[in-house]
Design a protein around this ligand. Structure first.
Ligand code: FAD
Length: 430
């Protein structure tokens, strides 16, 4: 009999909770990864740097396990069907895995667990991608926090109280002994290579120490770029949070935002396509397709907006300050549904994370967990004045800025601001 350890968004051998516990018991552990066709079939662009990144990580885990006399079994298909097949090939007593809180993941795991139970196979899950998972940071009445500040206060208190430590000891000898399995190529799973570079997962301690001073300036290399690694677990959140606690409170606070939005999503799965504050679903979005196209292509005539969109299109990354500006511009200046912008980001961002992306978009549109935010309409010009004074970021991404090749503004700022305020007010007064 064997135990399976199922990798999902935790693509590392070190400090991996589920793998650690799987290896602690007596049975041989066979690591498994499934390229999930339920997810991959929905990706329209088959040159997807994120899929390529996952493939590379799986390949490196394969090589590391080879050195330990073992391997990783890699399948491509629907998870339930993969398990139906595996049960015919192997005598399995249990499956270990780390918990995932997204709506699709929860549904998938329930289905797999039900099938395994029918076969008398245990399904054990562990907390790994968060410091405090949904349900661990609650208010006095035992409910989830709807507002960030009190949530972060309790989160921090708990973090200081509990001794969080990375797991460092492994019973590697319990790995399933085998010759290396062959891996499907990227092409075998229907994807092609891209040349978009992926930022490294090394924690730059000097950068994090200065984070509160540098993080708002898009022309500076002032943020960690660890988003993609947190998304796919190629860095451990425990190690990162412990470093952050020593180096910079503002950075730690951002990691708390990540867990706040994950918790909001876990308790409110409807936010995937509905406003967190239901009244805001009344807003009559203009949804002009030509204007949306201009926004996507970085041709709105607002240089800070255009710079951000071009950075995203070319690199799969956009600086947080600029994400806020372009999202405010789309939803307020153009009155285009936040779900359109969210979907565009989801297709392009290397660090795409459903909970944070949804939270960020609902924040910008004013439909989310913030108290009274619809009056906030970012002024692209004053944002530029504050955060890109020398126009360094703008000039990097919009080289024709200042020449007659650069388009005129798609809409007048003062007019658009007033239109947004009137539209929101009317919709919410109903
Ligand atoms: P750093 O500034 O170095 O921060 C470190 C880590 O903290 C990030 O990698 C991230 O995991 C977390 N973090 C930082 N800011 C936030 C935040 N506001 N909310 C939640 N977590 C945060 N973040 C994503 O990870 N995925 C997304 O899809 C995403 N979409 C966004 C959409 C909009 C409209 C907005 C306004 C923000 C979005 N964010 C998203 C949050 C934030 O912009 C990114 O996490 C950050 O820019 C990633 O760059 P970094 O890794 O250099 O972050």
């Amino acid at each position: 009999k064997i135990t399976i350890f199922w990798f999902r968004r935790d693509l590392r051998l070190e400090d991996n909770t589920g793998l650690y516990y799987a290896l602690q018991q007596e049975e041989n552990v066979l690591p498994l990864f499934i390229f999930d066709s339920n997810i991959l079939d929905k990706l329209e662009d088959k040159k997807d740097a994120r899929v390529q990144f996952i493939h590379e990580q799986i390949t490196s885990i394969h090589d590391e396990l080879k050195d330990k006399g073992s391997s990783i079994l890699v399948k491509h298909g629907k998870p339930l069907e993969v398990y139906q097949e595996l049960c015919k090939e192997y005598s399995i007593s249990s499956v270990y895995t780390n918990r995932d809180y997204e709506p699709y993941a929860k549904e998938r795991d329930q289905e797999v667990e039900k099938f395994l139970k029918e076969k008398d196979i245990e399904f054990y899950t562990f907390k790994d991608q968060m410091i405090f998972e949904p349900g661990e940071v609650l208010n006095g009445s035992g409910e989830f926090y709807k507002v960030f500040t009190p949530y972060s206060k309790v989160w921090l208190e708990e973090f200081k109280k509990q001794k969080i430590e990375p797991l460092s000891y492994f019973h590697w000898k319990n790995l399933y002994e085998t010759k290396p399995f062959s891996l499907p190529s990227l092409e075998d799973i229907g994807f092609e290579k891209t040349d978009i570079p992926i930022p490294s997962n090394t924690v730059d301690k000097d950068l994090i120490s200065e984070y509160d001073k540098t993080r708002n300036f898009p022309a500076k290399d002032g943020t960690s770029r660890l988003g993609i690694h947190l998304r796919f677990g190629t860095i451990s959140i425990r190690k990162l949070a412990l470093d952050a606690a020593k180096l910079n409170d503002t950075y730690l606070n951002e990691l708390i935002w990540r867990e706040f939005y994950m918790t909001i999503l876990a308790y409110n799965p409807q936010v995937v396509d509905k406003a967190f504050k239901p009244a805001y679903d009344q807003i009559p979005w203009r949804n002009n397709e030509e204007e949306f196209k201009a926004w996507c292509e970085g041709k709105t005539g607002y240089p800070i907006v255009d710079a951000g969109m071009r950075e995203l299109n070319q690199t799969g990354y956009m600086h947080n300050r600029v994400r806020m500006i372009v999202a405010s511009f789309l939803t307020k200046h153009l009155l285009i549904d936040w779900r359109w912008g969210e979907a565009y980001f989801a297709a392009k961002l290397l660090d795409y994370e459903l909970a944070s992306n949804n939270g960020g978009w609902q924040w910008a549109a004013g439909t989310g967990t913030d108290a009274q935010p619809y009056f906030r309409v970012f002024n692209p010009e004053s944002q530029t004045e504050k955060f890109d004074k020398d126009l360094k970021y703008i000039k990097e991404w919009v080289p024709e800025f200042g020449t007659d090749k650069y388009p005129n503004p798609i809409v007048d700022h003062k007019f658009a601001r007033q239109r947004a305020l009137d539209t929101y007010k009317k919709a919410l007064d109903q």
